[in-house]
Design a protein around this ligand. Sequence first.
Ligand SMILES: NC(=O)c1ccc[n+]([C@@H]2O[C@H](COP(=O)([O-])OP(=O)(O)OC[C@H]3O[C@@H](n4cnc5c(N)ncnc54)[C@H](OP(=O)(O)O)[C@@H]3O)[C@@H](O)[C@H]2O)c1
Length: 332
Amino acid sequence: MKAIRVSRAGGPEVLELVDVPRPSPGPGEALVRLAAAGVNFIDVYLRSGRYPRELPYVPGQEGAGTVVELGPGVTEVAVGDVVAWANLPGSYAEYALLSADRLVPVPAGLDPETAAAVLLQGMTAHYLCHDTHPVRPGDTVVVHAAAGGVGMLLTQLVRMRGGTVIGTASTEAKAEAAREAGAAEVVDYRPGALLAAVRKHTDGLGAAAVFDGIGGPTFDESLAALRPRGVLAVYGQSGGPVPPFDLQRLNAAGSLFVTRPNLEHHITARSELLRRGTAVLRLARDGALDVRVGRRFPLAGAADAHTALEARATIAKTVLTCSPETAGSPVR
Ligand SMILES: NC(=O)c1ccc[n+]([C@@H]2O[C@H](COP(=O)([O-])OP(=O)(O)OC[C@H]3O[C@@H](n4cnc5c(N)ncnc54)[C@H](OP(=O)(O)O)[C@@H]3O)[C@@H](O)[C@H]2O)c1
């Protein structure tokens, strides 16, 4: 089978297309033929070495496809089921060997590519606005990189909960996409622009929550945008890590909360994975959540996909097509 392999940390060029033997499932495992794999920013951190990882490995944490073979003792899925997953390694490949208890059934009526495009970022957006800061009607919140994969889904989910979104984006095309997703206002990263927009929408009070996947470059302004007792969720660092800071700043600025949450801790139990994953997949199936595939690459184009994501040249979701039968037309 074809797979992408990373044998050393580095730039996109370390993503090599190779032929490897098709694996066989062991106890508790399912072999899945992939329709599509989701590309996520964490794939960049792992590939570049920003997050250390044992080498070599097949990248990709997200995908969807059809179960073709089961190992002993699997009860959660059957051969022929269409399933999706997040936070499991080895998805940039034609086949993936996966723990069956981490698979989420794809509801009838949802195509596997959309399932692969929405599950990881959708569950992330879901826990951020349901658990990290349960958005209430009337809340004004900030979503950074609001035209990104997580950002566009989060913007929509916040709106569904009755919140108002102030987004950030680096280009007018991205700002337009974020407005289409429901952001009330979208600003660029010029100093002061975000604070002015937040003050305007909150009568000077500040945002109830800031969802920040950029990290270091936006941290100070994110904190400054909060109302007293507001919540800053730094859930990623596409722009770089947040330097150590003085806790006393949280007191001085109004008893603020800062958290660094991770999807894994919100899907650890299978019951929670199924509840959250199924909720997201059903919203996508019903069209309540608009899942936009901004760019689609063949498996062999994984390096091009990473180059685009790192260059901030993507809007919404980027996917890899892993199987010739399910390949849609390239969106490049
Ligand atoms: N903690 C969790 O549970 C969890 C789960 C999933 C994802 N994440 C995090 O969520 C964030 C978004 O992930 P994603 O996969 O949806 O990516 P994405 O938002 O589609 O892409 C990253 C975006 O970040 C913005 N950005 C700002 N500075 C950047 C820089 N120096 N380099 C690259 N991009 C920069 C860009 O938007 P603009 O050009 O508009 O600024 C870019 O399009 C990432 O930090 C990721 O690690 C966290």
